[in-house]
Design a protein around this ligand. Structure first.
Ligand code: BYC
Ligand code: FE
Ligand code: FE
Length: 479
């Protein structure tokens, strides 16, 4: 069944109406979700009418429709990509067996843990971004922020559905807990580190959607391979929404760079390292942008878990979590004898070591991510080069500023040198954003809500969204 039933309280294409007790359970969760949204969702814009896309079908092409909606009235739905007939488990010890339509008992807790971790990130990101509407650089950007927010909330619905449907009482408890933890809360924090960091300004938002949503894209890509078919179908549909989130981040940073270069050229500043002079122009200086890259990249790499992980090996062997684009990889998809090169820290030196491939799955996914984000940074650099400015944004070494995995106790410089803690700390402020950088960033954040106007630190959008032109009232603020 692929048609979405929009007449139901909870829009869905999973025949909720045919399962009374599940419907009742989700109808109990629904008001708790709305409470959470009103408390922790976008602050101050719940009455505004926002030009949002809503998924109305799961068929590729034409799956979404655009229209003005007040966010609390957004139709959050439960949407699974169409079933592939006779789908087989694509990897692991059960490779070739029919995909599971029910949770295999022996993998129940493994699967539940992954669903909870995935589900936890979605509301966390909404919480992190809740104040940004107040300082949106344009109505266009504000609309994009809210689009990302409602879709992350839909991703929460996606995981809450799986928990309710397949995990009975435990699942209901976990789905409730997803609404109770809070990003950055000392007592009940979100599960993964990056989701307890703050996103207080729009530079952080564009970096987050570039770097952290892209981790989401990789993780969902790996979960979309799952032998547990409902998870695979859920993630496949989530991935169709993820593209826009990454677009928002990548194009946002591009527009910031464009504006910075333009202002530098107009003022005759050719030395990008002269940050103060650039800041006098009311735009972001390139060294600050590099520090933000360093920060968001390192924090996002931590989201892959330890490079060498038995959890990851178990999830793969069980057929629960695969690799990125598993089906395009040419090997036996079981990996019992295979090895994979992992960058490790051994006796204070960084070395590439062949490890059993099963244990190196997090490292492998991280490598796929590094290649993917590398192309984004290249696109950013094109903006700088095109403007004739000599500056190159670079990704720091993967060991830089890590809290999880191989490098968590090391002090690695962005260029890959292993330093003492003292030497590293002495240079920290030239590598990572300082309070001063943050204060400057915040000083630029002022809302711009005239139709078609943009804050002075960002170039206008290159086009419109959802069939509308660039100059369009994307958010009708409540009077
Ligand atoms: N912070 O073997 P290990 C997204 C824990 S983003 C805190 O190293 P494993 C989105 C780990 O839980 C994508 N704890 O790693 C983006 C384990 O604890 P237990 C989210 C961490 O398990 C933007 C222990 O350390 N989805 O969708 O192989 C906006 C040892 O674990 C962290 C997923 O992540 C950390 N960073 O891999 C909105 C997919 N890292 O169990 C949304 C589901 C590890 O020993 N999750 N630990 O107590 C997974 O696949 C895996 O859980 C991880 C960790 C890849 C996260
Ligand atoms: Fe998401
Ligand atoms: Fe996302």
């Amino acid at each position: 069944m692929t048609n979405v039933d929009y007449s139901a309280l909870i829009p869905n294409n999973v025949d909720l109406a045919g399962d009374r007790s599940l419907t009742r359970a989700l109808e109990r969760w629904h008001p708790q979700f709305i409470d959470w949204w009103l408390q922790m969702g976008p602050s101050g814009f719940q009455e505004a009418e926002v030009y949002l896309r809503t998924a109305v079908s799961v068929e590729p092409g034409g799956w979404a429709k655009f229209g003005f909606v007040k966010m609390p009235e957004y139709r959050w739905g439960i949407l699974l990509a169409p079933a592939e007939p006779e789908r087989k488990i694509p990897f692991g010890d059960h490779k070739g067996e029919p995909a599971w339509q029910e949770v295999p008992g022996e993998y129940r807790s493994l699967l539940r843990r992954l669903l909870v971790i995935q589900g936890d990130t979605e509301p966390a990101s909404v919480e992190q971004q809740r104040s940004l509407g107040q300082t949106a650089p344009s109505l266009y950007d504000m609309r994009n922020l809210f689009q990302v927010n409602v879709e992350e909330a839909r991703h929460l619905w996606a995981m809450a559905y799986l928990l309710h449907k397949y995990f009975g009482r435990d699942g209901r408890d976990e789905a409730e807990a997803l609404l109770q933890r809070r990003s950055g809360d000392a007592d009940r924090p979100r599960i993964l580190g990056a989701f307890n960091e703050q996103t207080p300004d729009w530079l952080s938002f564009f970096m987050f959607t570039s770097f952290t949503d892209r981790d989401g894209n990789m993780q969902l890509g790996a979960l979309a391979q799952s032998g547990f078919d409902p998870l695979s179908r859920t993630c496949r549909f989530m991935l169709t929404e993820e593209g826009h989130h990454m677009f928002v981040g990548k194009s946002g940073v591009e527009r910031i760079l464009e504006r910075t270069c333009e202002a530098m050229i107009a003022a005759g500043i050719s030395d990008p390292s002269n940050g103060d002079a650039v800041r006098d122009l009311g735009v972001f200086d390139l060294p600050t942008i590099q520090k933000k890259v360093n920060f968001h990249y390192s924090v996002s790499l931590d989201l892959f878990g330890s490079e060498i992980s038995t959890n990851a090996a178990n999830a793969f062997t069980a057929g629960i979590k695969g690799r990125f684009k598993e089906r395009d990889i040419e090997d036996d998809h079981q990996l019992h004898a295979a090895t994979y090169p992992v960058t490790r820290l051994l006796d204070g030196a960084i070395e590439e070591v062949e490890m059993p491939a099963l244990n190196a799955l997090n490292a492998r996914l991280m490598d796929d991510y590094i290649a993917d984000i590398g192309a984004v940074v290249e696109a950013w650099n094109k903006v700088i080069t095109k403007n004739g400015i000599e500056f190159e944004l670079t990704l720091p070494h993967r060991g830089f500023n890590r809290r999880i995995g191989e490098f968590r106790d090391a002090h690695v410089a962005p260029d890959g040198r292993v330093l003492s803690e003292v030497t590293w700390s002495a240079q920290r402020n030239s590598w990572l954003p300082t309070t001063d950088d943050l204060d400057y960033t915040l000083s630029l954040m002022q809302s711009e809500v005239e139709v078609g106007s943009y804050a002075g630190w960002i170039a206008p959008a290159r086009g419109g969204i959802g069939g509308k032109p660039g100059v369009f009232e994307y958010v009708r603020l409540a009077s």
